[in-house]
Design a binder for this molecule. Sequence first.
Ligand SMILES: C[S@@+](CC[C@H](N)C(=O)[O-])C[C@H]1O[C@@H](n2cnc3c(N)ncnc32)[C@H](O)[C@@H]1O
Ligand SMILES: [Zn+2]
Length: 288
Amino acid sequence: MVKGGPPNATITREPSGAWTADPGPLRCPRCHGALHRTDAGFDCDAEGCGTSLPVRDGVLVVRDTTTGDNKIAADFYNSKLWPKFRFWERFFWVCNGGERRSRDVILRRLPKSPGLCLLDVAIGDGAYTSWLPEDWSIVGLDVSTVQIASCQRHNPGHDLRLILGEAEELPFRDREFDAVLSIGGFNHFKDPEVALREMARVAKPGAPVVVSDELPDLTDRMIGHRLGFPGFDRWVVSKLMHLGDDFTDLVERHRHIDIAEIGRRVLNDSRYEVIWHGGGYLMLGNAP
Ligand SMILES: C[S@@+](CC[C@H](N)C(=O)[O-])C[C@H]1O[C@@H](n2cnc3c(N)ncnc32)[C@H](O)[C@@H]1O
Ligand SMILES: [Zn+2]
């Protein structure tokens, strides 16, 4: 977590988020105490804690340095590899009937309630945020400064508050959100189960938690794996598809995670469905 100091995030645009004087669902990520607004951001009320969370260009910075797998993910999504990989993401959407249709398979699992308070974990560039009802109040969290800045640009005017931070340590009080969503990042979180426990903790009891991503072992279907040459697939993914060596290694290391089992351990009435013609999954359930 950030304790004052000079900003090192690369967010440069004018803010569209709305971190006002009201801390809303926020709590101190260190001591879990209450926060209050200052000119620079939010400070912890608890005596002796001393945590200060800056708001930079409209984004609340809870953690701007990461380690391990989250650093690999942040470095990838902050790099020039991501826009190059984007071509393949678009190709994937086209193969599944278009982006809107593919994403709607997930988004329609959210309740339609007016004024819903949604947490989007790993919101990325918020490609679908503007499709959500205008009267929803949305908090989006992501580990990448570049993605968060892009999300601001794409969603001016929405009631959207953005946080630079990690899914495994959500800076919110228990039982605050009407629904929690996470698309496209879950497989590669440093600790997906800890992240899901956090999502369930901050959701109101019974609130839906909706998670989706590609199947973790998608590369098993590639031609090299089938012919016994997984190294060929690794080259394709890393170089041709531009995931880069570090992120490709991360994808490979996480390919055996059992998403359905994680859902069963954490959520009530947990369900797991394969979507996108076998390319992805939807795991959902209700917060205990
Ligand atoms: C493929 S993008 C998906 C973005 C968006 N949800 C979408 O569907 O377009 C994955 C996102 O997960 C974020 N991410 C990866 N690990 C994370 C973590 N541990 N905590 C928060 N965000 C994370 C990345 O920075 C990236 O923006
Ligand atoms: Zn504190």
